[in-house]
Design a protein around this ligand. Structure first.
Ligand code: ZN
Length: 288
């Protein structure tokens, strides 16, 4: 048993992967690691390693379709105005948004990525984290694309994003589906197949289930919370499959199945490997 770092209630043992032990909170449904580095240590790791690990993937354009999908989702909810992208990497999402008429800003902890992003977009991308960023009530949209689970304090990031949004502004978050990945891992372990499946699963300090994300956003006074399966990126950046064609077909098949289940269950069950949530900043105060 370990207390939940978000709500302080009881967390039960959930699974162990290598030396990492994960617990699941019985109250808020957060899945969390036994040991979580300090905020400064996590930022330092991201600053040092992010560019070398992920820049090649970003530069090959595998995320272009996803970026336009994200912008379509945001533009369905609000007019184009000011957009802040948190963890903007090398700036390709900023560039896509800029080309569609958004006035963009970005935040990025890796100095090498900031340099590339500034050259690419011409935007003076802020070098640092959301916690360091100054400002209030100025953005129509804040986007966090696959960054929240890397944070040591994701609820602080959401709180800060809320402060930066105007009332009615939209927050968009793309995250690994903690519900699916943890269930698959536990199932595979039961049948002695965990070694075969581990490379396809993603666990950081936290695994976010749809119910936890809904609780987190409601606590921070977001309304109109909508969760969907997120379209997948193209290619096979982590070399998980025998070749690119196999990767493409397996990913498309998995996404089609997840979409069918989402539709059949009237958007209640989300089995996509990644999920996306979009929500509006309410005009009433937050709960916590
Ligand atoms: Zn909790």
């Amino acid at each position: 048993m370990q207390n939940c770092p978000y709500c302080s209630k009881h967390g039960d043992y959930y699974f162990k992967i290598g030396s990492r032990v994960y617990y699941r909170c019985l109250q808020c449904d957060l899945i969390f690691r036994d040991e979580i580095k300090s905020y400064d240590e996590v930022v330092s790791t991201l600053s040092d390693n992010y560019f070398s690990r992920y820049s090649a993937d970003q530069m090959e354009g595998r995320r272009n379709k996803l970026f336009h999908h994200i912008l379509n989702s945001v533009e369905n909810k609000t007019q184009r105005g000011r957009l802040l992208d948190v963890g903007t990497g090398c700036g390709f999402f900023l560039l896509a948004a800029q080309k569609r008429g958004w006035n963009v800003d970005g935040i990025e902890p890796s100095a090498e990525s900031v340099e590339v992003a500034r050259k690419l977009s011409g935007v003076n991308v802020f070098h640092g984290t959301l916690q360091d960023y100054q400002g209030k009530d100025q953005f129509d949209a804040v986007t966090l694309v696959n960054v929240l689970e890397y944070s040591a304090l994701p609820w602080k990031e959401i709180e800060q994003a809320r402060q930066l949004l105007r009332t009615g502004g939209q927050i968009y978050i793309r995250f690994v589906n903690g519900f699916l990945h943890s269930r698959l891992y536990r199932l595979a372990k039961k049948f002695g197949l965990s070694n075969r499946i581990t490379k396809f699963l993603v666990f950081h300090y936290y695994s976010f289930t749809p119910s936890f994300i809904k609780t987190l956003l409601a606590d921070q006074a977001f309304t109109d919370v909508t969760i969907h399966n997120s379209p997948l990126t193209e290619g096979d950046p982590n070399n998980l499959f025998s070749n690119l064609l196999v990767a493409t077909y397996v990913k498309r098949f998995a996404y089609a199945i997840a979409q069918s289940i989402e539709n059949i269950t009237n958007r209640q069950k989300h089995l996509g490997t990644s999920l996306e949530v979009i929500a509006s900043k309410a005009d009433h105060p937050k709960k916590i």
